[in-house]
Design a protein around this ligand. Structure first.
Ligand SMILES: Cc1cc2nc3c(=O)[nH]c(=O)nc-3n(C[C@H](O)[C@H](O)[C@H](O)COP(=O)(O)OP(=O)(O)OC[C@H]3O[C@@H](n4cnc5c(N)ncnc54)[C@H](O)[C@@H]3O)c2cc1C
Ligand code: SF4
Length: 458
């Protein structure tokens, strides 16, 4: 049975394209004659009326697990990951400190992925040092992503969302042609297209941000995987086959597989490992509410080209690759002290692939360092030097990445130094030694403090 609860969209402000994809996936699934879809006003209706439900797959969030527990039905193990709770627990019990790299290597060996005679293919576990190229001068020569042809269900969904808006439901972001797979068949097409045309260049440019190319060589498969339309193991097996058949280079295939059997599973297990209160961590005592440009997803009035283009891309596509998420939006949110829980919830609502389980480790831990270092050994704080290397925004920006004070001071460079200055406890972290040595050498710190304390625009 498939419950469809459109009223969920009234509770929070979702990106319109996220709401579209979810409703499209549900409506498409409901076409299957074996599926009985029921429209409900609230999931709680399942508690008060008898729909004959006897079993459910364990949901992927704390609130839904609590809710399904109340139904008193049989619960099957959660699906959609490459490792079970037991595999994770054995790993977690065997180490003093949880580390993605260790977990990833165990996964590779256990699942026998990219292994030759029990050794990593190519003799290395990791090719990250080859995978950090900045954007190319000429546009990256890669075929665009697979895009669905919209169908009658898309039109129906669009009408339904329009109707909801008339009754007061408020979305953020632009409506637009759907860009992500919403059925199993589409997901397989998207996977095949990525493997055939895009995987080979995934590695070298996975961290590069190019304003001319919104998706670079990324797979756009997070949404179909998170919706349960693709099994992550089938995705990595296809990627491995591409390496074995000479279709894609090892550095790309390894980098891609690491994202899935490594990062994706790691983040999933951390959601349960860290517990439901993890999301309320705020170790840097951040206290600013989210700015309206994030809440409304509007780039209007933003000066910083990197920030305005990122917001506009997000509004356009409901998706960004990991570097704009981490090093532009996450970095900005940490530098400016936005409330971590608000940042976390905003990311869930604004991104097509956002889910409660995926976000805490990525926002509270990795982007904001709000967990005091449980997830990362140091804050991912960066100024204009990093962004001018890994993006091509700065040449089109009225601000100067090298300047921290003055009319044309880069808000990321100034924000970086101000962040260090405002969080002196971070000096205790030995990995921040060089950063604070740099801060102590600044001769214009008073001027920078005054400028940043009164900053109203970015
Ligand atoms: C602040 C922040 C927010 C994020 N929000 C989400 C989110 O809402 N949903 C989501 O699925 N991923 C999220 N990620 C992880 C990553 O950015 C996205 O998975 C990726 O950009 C999705 O695009 P893609 O499918 O083209 O990924 P690719 O670059 O092609 O990577 C392949 C796959 O690896 C997995 N993956 C890679 N990194 C991570 C990670 N850190 N956590 C979990 N999975 C990972 C994803 O399933 C992804 O599809 C977030 C990362 C950060 C730093
Ligand atoms: S100069 Fe600074 S604000 Fe402008 S695009 Fe570069 S990093 Fe962003």
């Amino acid at each position: 049975m498939l419950p469809i609860v459109k009223e969920q969209f009234r509770k929070r402000r979702y990106h319109r394209q996220k709401a579209h994809l979810i409703l499209y996936a549900l409506r498409s699934r409901a076409q299957d004659p074996r599926v009985e879809a029921i429209e409900l006003d609230s999931y709680r209706d399942l508690l008060t009326k008898d729909f004959g439900i006897t079993a459910a797959v364990n949901p992927s969030s704390y609130p839904f697990r609590r809710f399904v527990g109340e139904l008193g039905i049989e619960i099957a193990p959660a699906r959609g990951f490459c490792s079970t709770d037991q595999v994770w627990q054995e790993y977690a019990d065997s180490v003093k400190k949880l580390k993605l790299e260790d977990f990833y290597r165990k996964q590779r060996a256990r699942l026998e992925i990219l292994m030759d005679d029990q050794l990593p293919a190519g003799g290395e576990w990791n090719f990250d040092d080859q995978n950090r190229l900045p954007p190319t001068k000429e546009e990256l020569g890669v075929l665009g992503p697979w895009l669905p042809a919209e169908d009658e269900i898309d039109q129906q969904v669009r009408r339904e969302l329009d109707e909801l808006e008339k009754t007061g439901v408020r979305f953020i972001g632009k409506d637009g042609p759907r860009k992500f797979a919403g059925t199993r068949e589409q997901a397989l097409q998207a996977l095949a297209h990525f493997i055939e045309h895009r995987l080979d260049l995934f590695g070298p440019y996975e961290d590069a941000v190019d304003q001319r190319n919104w998706s670079m060589s990324h797979s756009l498969l997070s949404a179909p995987m998170n919706l349960g339309l693709l099994d992550p193991l089938e995705v990595v097996r296809e990627a491995e086959n591409a390496y074995r058949s000479g279709k894609a280079r090892l550095q790309s295939v390894e980098g891609f597989i690491r994202q899935i059997i490594g990062w994706r599973d790691y983040v999933w297990h951390l959601y349960w490992q860290f517990g439901q209160d993890y999301v309320t961590n705020n170790s840097l005592a951040a206290d600013k509410p989210l700015p309206s440009f994030m809440i409304e997803l509007s780039e209007e009035g933003l000066e910083a080209k990197c920030l305005s283009h990122t917001i506009s891309d997000l509004s356009e596509n409901a998706w960004l690759h990991h570097i704009p998420r981490l090093m532009i939006l996450g970095n900005h949110s940490m530098q400016r002290g936005y409330l971590p829980k608000q940042v976390n919830d905003w990311f869930i609502d604004a991104f097509v692939d956002g889910t409660p389980w995926v976000m805490p480790a990525n926002t509270i831990g990795m982007s904001l360092y709000a967990d005091g270092g449980l997830m990362s050994t140091k804050p991912y704080a960066a100024g204009g030097a990093y962004l001018s290397k890994m993006t091509n925004y700065c040449s089109d920006c009225p601000l100067n990445p090298k300047k921290r004070v003055g009319e044309d001071a880069c808000s990321f460079t100034a924000g970086y130094w101000y962040f260090l200055d405002q969080n002196p406890d971070l000096q205790k972290n030995h990995r921040m030694f060089n950063a604070y040595a740099g801060l102590r050498k600044l001769t214009d710190l008073d001027q920078l403090r005054e400028q940043e304390a009164s900053r109203t625009n970015f």
